[in-house]
Write a protein that binds this ligand. Structure first.
Ligand SMILES: [Zn+2]
Ligand SMILES: [Zn+2]
Length: 88
């Protein structure tokens, strides 16, 4: 049986599928690019001082890593990887 592969454009991780054109969501968007820890979902209703944003809110922020000072804010969206390349 043929297999198809696709690569995440963000982290380069390769995914395989038996179906051509299959879409796999890469989980790299959940992980901090600086320390590799799993980030917390960004919650805009927490006080801005908690996040150190000085009242500014970035609507694009999806995840936050609290291991850093100031915390690292990630606006990366889930990456959809399409298995389009024939593998074997
Ligand atoms: Zn990825
Ligand atoms: Zn981090």
């Amino acid at each position: 049986m043929s297999k198809y592969m696709g690569k995440c454009s963000k982290c380069g991780k390769t995914y395989y599928s038996n179906r051509k054109g299959d879409i796999i969501v890469c989980d790299c968007w959940k992980y901090c690019p600086l320390c590799g820890a799993e980030m917390q979902p960004y919650t805009p209703d927490l006080t801005p001082s908690f996040y150190g944003l000085d009242g500014k809110r970035d609507l694009h922020v999806l995840m936050v890593c609290m291991n850093h000072s100031p915390p690292f804010y990630s606006s990366q969206k889930p990456v959809e990887v399409v298995a389009h390349e024939k593998f074997e």
